[in-house]
Design a protein around this ligand. Structure first.
Ligand SMILES: C=C(O[C@@H]1C=C(C(=O)O)C=C[C@H]1O)C(=O)O
Length: 87
């Protein structure tokens, strides 16, 4: 059990770094949307993101789990953008 949990802790460490990196790019998107007065929601882009994510998944049995996580990432990304664009 300890060994498995150590592996999960290590993966979480990597995931957090990548999520922080993703949010930093979202900051760039916020600046562009502000400058171009564009909507936060871009449904076509979201469909494309989810399509690309699905295509990366090697173990198809994990697809529903990973897509559920991604739906949440997209939601949180939009909530953050709306907050930053309205404050
Ligand atoms: C980041 C963007 O804003 C929103 C959030 C997205 C994301 O986090 O990937 C994708 C599309 C948009 O609904 C974007 O437009 O690229």
């Amino acid at each position: 059990m300890e060994n498995a949990r150590r592996k999960i802790d290590d993966i979480d460490h990597q995931l957090v770094a990548l999520l922080e990196e993703r949010m930093q790019v979202v900051e760039e998107v916020i600046s562009i949307k502000k400058a171009q007065t564009r909507e936060v929601l871009d449904e076509d882009r979201e469909k494309d993101v989810l399509k690309k994510v699905s295509a990366c998944i090697k173990h198809k049995e994990y697809e529903p789990c990973i897509l559920a996580i991604y739906e949440e990432i997209l939601t949180v990304s939009k909530v953050y953008q709306v907050k930053k664009l309205t404050e």
